[in-house]
Design a protein around this ligand. Structure first.
Ligand code: FAD
Length: 483
């Protein structure tokens, strides 16, 4: 008997649900990845750090599968890599290989669900089954529900129930090695297409030294584990190394969510506050996947439907200033430059810039969400939509509409010495700590002494925060009974 494992956002060959089930149940197991033109063709740029990341991780996965086969005495293995519309490619391959089943790890995004339904139908017509497994999240779909059998929409009770369900069974790794002798060599040896052959030019990913693939994920994890106990204290300061930087690996599955959660749970049970807080972040991740799966309409609409009556401004100049990191609010500008230069943005800053766009500039959260989707290495529909709707107050368990971040006090609290700002806005490098959060408040002579010419080498503030705050309160005022 033979089967095909179709890998998508699960680019690893250890602790992998679909691969484990295939190896256990079938004598010959093939593995394939498709550079899906339905996704790649829609990308706005031919230079994309995510395509680079996937490409490097796919090469490593191919070597990983070969090494796994060799260690287990299998006749050989390797990844079959295709380039084209994913469903067509997989169906043709499955037929060519003559497999009985295609196995995948389950996806929760509406487009991916539609793709998998289409694949299941076409495969079924060809007499091939498609089976899907939970791998991407810890607890999925209807595994965590209220006592009334409804999906949760408030995080704290969800987390309580989630922690109760997260037992040793849920965190158990899938021992792929034990059955790896069932790996089968690809029928013909074809070169993995180069980035250029896929129609892409290299990005600056490698210059950023962002480690890719399974080994890259383990490297970041080794670096983070000794810092985990300090996470609750350090995580809010973008100038400090307080977070794990694992999001891109969790996005593409180069690390198993079970592995990282098991480490956090172990430390958390010893009373480690840092580990408890980090585990909560993993719960937020599952929470937003669950919300998206139960309420796919959030892709276009506010979770709280009354909030779709909010009248956003069409403010082309303000929108442009935000996109170009020229708002005159140094922390906002530094954050946007971090995003554009590296594809990463610290969580505190995601909250600050999302709040700034929606509550200071009055621009629809969907536009900010789309901008993030284009630039974030770790872009994930569920978390991104959840984060934006949280900041805009339109989401489930969101920031209340009358709570509006002050971009200057956020800066004073979370980048007190301005070290993060100075890293990305060097034109303000000489501004004293006291003024770096809002140079517009400096006297002309003070500005001159630091080499800053407002409106010339650094912008004047595009809005007055106090006035913008009042406008936002008015914008949301019709929701006052919702307060
Ligand atoms: P850590 O602090 O080390 O957290 C560990 C992991 O927990 C993360 O890698 C991530 O998988 C998960 N996580 C942490 N915070 C959240 C959260 N609030 N929601 C869901 N999962 C979380 N995260 C994404 O992975 N992709 C996105 O597209 C995304 N867009 C966001 C947009 C906005 C407006 C906001 C406010 C948040 C967004 N987040 C997103 C959540 C969070 O900012 C990132 O997960 C985090 O900054 C990634 O850095 P890290 O891996 O060092 O995180």
């Amino acid at each position: 008997s033979s089967a095909l494992v179709w890998l998508r956002r699960d680019l690893r060959c250890d602790d992998h649900a679909a691969l484990y089930h295939a190896l256990r149940r079938f004598d010959r197991v093939y593995c394939a990845f498709v550079f899906d033109t339905d996704i790649l063709d829609a990308l706005p740029s031919r230079q994309d750090r995510r395509v680079d990341f996937i490409h490097a991780s796919v090469l490593e996965l191919d070597s990983g599968l070969k090494a796994l086969a060799e260690r287990s005495g299998a006749p050989g293995s390797g990844l079959i890599v295709l380039h084209g519309p994913a469903v067509d490619c997989i169906v043709q391959l499955a037929q060519k290989l003559g497999v009985q089943e295609v196995l995948v790890n389950r996806d929760y995004e509406p487009q991916a669900i539609a793709r998998d339904q289409r694949a299941a139908q076409v495969l079924q017509a060809a007499g091939i089954a498609l089976s899907a497994y939970k791998d991407q999240v810890l607890l999925e779909q209807e595994e965590v529900m209220t006592q009334q059998g409804q999906p949760y929409s408030v995080f704290t009770p969800y987390k309580r129930a989630w922690l109760q369900k997260l037992d040793a069974f849920q965190l158990k790794p899938y021992p792929v090695e034990r059955y790896a002798h069932h790996l089968a060599p690809p029928p013909c040896v074809e070169q993995i297409p180069s980035l250029q052959a896929l129609g892409f030019a290299p990005s600056n990913l490698h210059a950023l030294r962002l480690p890719t693939g399974m080994q890259g994920a383990q490297q970041l994890l080794r670096d983070f584990v000794p810092r985990m106990s300090l996470y609750h204290e350090a995580r809010d300061y973008p100038g400090r190394k307080g977070v794990s930087y694992l999001s891109v690996h969790l996005r593409f599955g180069t690390v198993s969510i079970r592995q990282v959660a098991a480490l956090a749970q172990q430390q958390s049970r010893l009373g480690d506050e840092g580990a408890q807080t980090w585990l909560s972040e993993l719960a937020w991740r599952d929470f937003y996947f669950m919300i998206l799966w139960h309420h796919p309409r959030v892709v276009r609409q506010s979770f709280r439907q009354a909030y779709d009556r909010v009248q956003w401004d069409d403010a082309p100049e303000l929108w442009q200033a935000w996109c170009e990191a020229k708002t005159g609010y140094p922390l906002v500008d530094a954050a946007m430059r971090q995003l554009h230069q590296t594809g990463y943005m610290h969580n505190r800053l995601r909250m600050v810039v999302a709040s700034f766009l929606t509550k200071d500039l009055g621009v629809d959260w969907r536009r900010g969400e789309a901008h993030f989707a284009q630039h974030l290495n770790d872009f994930d529909l569920a978390a991104n939509n959840g984060g934006w709707q949280w900041a805009a107050s339109t989401g489930c368990d969101a920031q209340p509409w009358f709570r509006i971040f002050n971009p200057v006090t956020q800066s004073q609290r979370f980048d007190p010495d301005g070290s993060f700002i100075r890293r990305y806005v060097p034109e303000l490098a000489k501004v004293p700590d006291k003024h770096i959060h809002f140079p517009a408040a400096m006297k002309p002579l003070e500005l001159q002494a630091c080499g800053v010419q407002l409106g010339q080498n650094y912008p004047l503030p595009v809005v007055d925060h106090a006035a913008a705050r009042q406008r936002t309160l008015m914008r949301f005022h019709f929701l006052r009974d919702d307060a």
